[in-house]
Write a protein that binds this ligand. Structure first.
Ligand code: ZN
Length: 511
């Protein structure tokens, strides 16, 4: 460097020494933080192939909620091999698990789901409807990538805990059947979140983003059973008591009620059993409802009205009625402190660099699906307060007892609604793999921030207390309710043999 006069040179020298002094004065914790993040990011990058392979393997398993046997076997095997202590089948759900690493406080939990939806089988990367197996379930949302992100993050967090001797316990919860909104109210009721200080939930989306505030709806899932009496449908129908009539009348009754419910409610049903054959008056019928509202109390109030309608339907048909609550969940909400920490990490990481092919795939699908042809997102979303929408996620249950953060990562194509085969085009392609890498980095870095700084944990608890205010959490599950692990068994048994032909041979190897 050449200086035109001595004065400038001296000024620069003074500035330089000031800079050196400032850098030297940065507290050791802050310096460590960036070193910790380096370790976290490096670990995720080194495991990028394994993360992709795990997500893809789960995509091809295509398992419905409560039937995720291959998925949970693969995930728990990876965690066990990686040095985590694994407890399988928690809360009476064979495909649920908890993995633990470390000891003592703080206790930080990460949890996510890995189930599919029925009838959504799709060949990855193909923008026309091409089921792998006609009629079979498929990952038409991308929960396969949720699982890959969680495992990728777990390995990175463990690495940082080891290298920087971070105190605390990491708990990883495998949460089956999210599409049926089941596991977390049972986990909470069974005390699995009792000692947890901070929790994070990761979920696939089209952006790298986080939020705070109330985000989704509360829900009660309940199945009503009507029992009648068989008889010959032609020769002696007057001797029969028709259970399907009762289910139909309940459906009609609730439709009449809709006009008199608050416009915020969202309720829907399927007739889960509607008789065997027409020449026998059906003695059994089942109708399964989701009652959604802005709060759990309001969902419960509509459920109570539905019980009256069931009673009326039974009276009209001379049948017996009963019900079973499968799940009862609070709305999802996010803590602001966790959101702020997550946001900073997301901005540090940035969006993936998409290839031309990935952009082209997105645009082609958007065009064919009548969505705005905008391609993929390129900027991390700004931090914002959530707007409550009518969808639900049973992770909500945790968010009212533990400060919770949400990592949403870009492994699917913008503008393509979930639960439609088109949302199954991307989740096992390079686009999803890249999205999962930034998701795992954001999740791991945020967890490590809290392990590294006990004051941050205290701050999150403080903001959480203010956010919750006077709200008192209580479970709306009937106290003796068992998780409905029978769900989806028949469908999965029907399609598994055909799906097995698509299972991947190559398995992920996490380091
Ligand atoms: Zn989901």
């Amino acid at each position: 460097m050449f200086f035109t006069n001595r004065k400038t040179a001296l000024r620069l020298a003074a500035l330089l020494s000031l800079a050196v002094w400032i850098l030297g004065a940065v507290p050791a914790a802050a310096q460590n933080l960036s070193a910790q993040k380096e370790v976290v990011f490096k670990s995720v990058d080194e495991n990028a192939k394994a993360i992709a392979l795990l997500g893809d393997n789960i995509f091809y398993f295509a398992e419905l909620g409560m039937q995720e046997f291959e998925t949970s076997k693969l995930m728990t095997g990876i965690l066990e091999k990686g040095g985590f202590k694994v407890e399988r089948g928690i809360s009476g759900m064979p495909t649920a698990f908890m993995a633990t690493y470390g000891s003592g406080a703080p206790v930080i939990a990460i949890h996510t789901e890995y189930d599919t939806t029925p009838g959504n089988s799709q060949t990855p990367g193909v923008t026309d409807h091409k089921p792998m197996v006609e009629g079979a379930p498929g990952h038409a949302e991308g929960h396969n990538t949720n699982a890959a992100v969680m495992i990728g993050a777990a390995f990175a967090i463990k690495k940082a805990m080891d290298q920087f001797k971070l105190k605390g316990t990491l708990k990883i919860f495998g949460s089956p059947a999210e599409e049926l909104l089941i596991p977390r109210p049972y986990f909470v009721r069974d005390g699995y979140f009792k000692d947890v200080d901070i929790a994070f939930h990761d979920h696939v989306g089209e952006e790298l983003k986080t939020e705070y505030g109330v985000r989704q709806y509360a829900l009660i899932s309940a199945e009503f059973t009507f029992k009648g009496q068989t008889s010959h449908a032609a020769s002696a129908p007057w001797h029969g008591r028709d259970a399907v009539d009762a289910a139909e009348l309940m459906d009609i009754g609730f439709d009449k009620l809709r006009e008199h419910l608050e416009p915020t409610q969202r309720s829907h049903r399927v007739i889960s059993f509607g008789g065997d054959q027409p020449n026998v008056i059906p003695p059994l019928a089942k109708i399964w409802w989701f009652f959604r509202e802005t709060t759990i109390e309001r969902a419960q109030a509509n459920f109570d009205k539905a019980k009256k309608i069931a009673e009326g339907a039974a009276l009209m048909t001379g049948t017996q009625w009963s019900f079973q609550v499968f799940s009862a969940i609070w709305p999802t909400r996010g803590n602001k402190t966790l959101a702020e920490v997550t946001q900073k990490n997301m901005e540090l990481i940035g969006m993936p660099k998409w290839s031309e092919e990935e952009e082209a795939l997105a645009k082609e699908l958007q065009k064919k699906q009548g969505a705005p042809v905008i391609g993929l997102h390129h900027k991390v979303e700004a931090l914002r307060e959530s707007r409550q929408t009518a969808s639900s996620n049973d992770s909500g249950e945790v968010t009212w007892i533990v400060p919770t953060g949400r990592v949403s990562f870009p492994s699917n194509i913008p503008g393509i609604p979930a639960h439609h085969w088109a949302a199954g085009v991307a989740p096992a392609t390079s686009l999803a793999h890249k999205g999962a890498v930034v998701g795992a980095k954001a999740l791991a870095a945020s967890v490590v921030d809290f392990f590294a700084d006990p004051a941050l944990v205290a701050q999150a608890k403080e903001t959480f207390k203010k956010e919750i205010g006077a709200v008192q959490y209580k479970s709306f599950l009937p106290p003796d309710q068992k998780p409905p692990i029978h769900l989806n068994k028949e469908i999965m048994d029907r399609y598994r043999p055909a799906l097995e032909k698509f299972y991947m041979k190559e398995k992920p190897d996490f380091k």
